[in-house]
Design a binder for this molecule. Structure first.
Ligand code: SF4
Ligand code: SF4
Length: 69
């Protein structure tokens, strides 16, 4: 069975909805799967590093993160 991985819906993601324009989901992920270069920028995603723990999901105010299996 493939490991479930996080995916980002870039249609939904909008950093202006996030406190100080900082991606809270990127901050909580210890694996650095989500990386935001600067506040206000869309986060990049490195799904191969993701453990599928889903810790990042509830922090996103736009519900832009999903776990894909
Ligand atoms: S993924 Fe969610 S928490 Fe991260 S910048 Fe986009 S809207 Fe904000
Ligand atoms: S599911 Fe877990 S490992 Fe994957 S991006 Fe979210 S917090 Fe990081």
């Amino acid at each position: 069975m493939p490991q479930p991985k996080v995916a980002i819906d870039y249609q939904a993601c909008d950093p202006s909805f996030c406190k100080d324009n900082v991606c809270a989901s990127a901050q909580v992920c210890e694996r650095k799967v989500l990386r935001q270069e600067k506040p206000g920028e869309l986060p990049d995603i490195y799904p191969s590093l993701c453990l599928g723990c889903a810790d990042c999901l509830p922090l996103c105010p736009k519900k832009a993160l999903l776990i894909m299996s």
